[in-house]
Design a protein around this ligand. Sequence first.
Ligand SMILES: Cc1ncc(COP(=O)(O)O)c(C=O)c1O
Length: 385
Amino acid sequence: MYQALIISFMSKIYLDNAATTRLDEAVLEAMLPYLTDNFGNPSSIHAHGRQVRNAIEKARKTVAGLINASPSEIFFTSGGTEADNTAIHGSIHSLGLTHAITSRTEHHAVLHTLEDLAKNEKIKLSYVQLDEKGHIDLDDLATLLQSNPKSLVSLMHGNNEIGNLSNLYEIAKISKKYGAIFHSDTVQTMGHYPHDMQATGVDFIVGAAHKFHGPKGVGFLYINSENKIPPFIHGGSQERNMRGGTENVYGIIGLAKALEIAYQDMNKHRLHIEALKLRMIEGLKNSIPGVEFNGDSANLDTSLYTVLNVSLPPSDDNEMLLFNLDIKGISCSGGSACTSGTEVGSHVLAALGVDNKRGNVRFSFGKYNTAEEIDSVVGALKQLY
Ligand SMILES: Cc1ncc(COP(=O)(O)O)c(C=O)c1O
């Protein structure tokens, strides 16, 4: 019975890799000793503790090396949300910033944090203009910075819903020109695109292990050594006094291993996943008249190769679209644009003015997906339209 359940689960198609990814078995193997034999508290000074402390510091060195940063610039967190919150709160509170600039298509980890600070009158908040595809208007960013010195710029690298990529180098250059601090939510690009902190000029970036085949509940924050911010979680002296609390040891070990694998195999995975995305775009165009793509997600050069946001023609069944796909064994996400404060939907699609009558679905791909799976999903959608 249990075996049958596992087999039926495995035959399901998982195209929701922007939400989370399957743990790589090599990552699990690296973590297991820290769930069993190597159980010491890294703050303990005896041999059990020292052994685990060394492993954490080795993991920090690995992460730093991969993104060309210094180990002293890497702080482990509980994930992307905590890292974003730490960067935003820390920079606003300690770097004398009174104004922040963001966009309406950011993840809620950024938007809700900044909106809360604005509501409590800690900052003034401005939203940079977007074009009809959701791309940031860099001239508007410069204009906003001109009239608001002492700003925090918080703009993501890859959008988790529509896949749009922003140019970190350009935004960092503009931010520097006006003396602003630049934080970028890089959760969707970490482990999928190379990051070079010496070259990019970003003040804060973040990562979440579960987006690149690592464990859930662990991430990291990179803080450029020129920026000093206060602790976000008060307590013990862990993470060099920045984040009190006994470390998520096996999570940290898993994160470093997952990022190592991601960097090792980045080009191979990119080619594989990009081909799947292209196959889906072509397959849908050939089988569903009137299919469109939200944001810039159909443009392979300017969007995440892992994300495709599909806009299907209006239909009476569109409200049931995700449900119908789930029934067919296909896991993906999306939903309608939210049009009022009470309706739960996508604030990103709403910001783009996407038509709610169309069926909007986000498919997101990973290294374990296959061409056969893409063909099955295209076939399933064809049956529905
Ligand atoms: C762009 C982006 N930022 C932040 C987060 C939050 O990360 P976590 O779930 O690790 O807190 C996510 C996760 O969906 C994301 O896609």
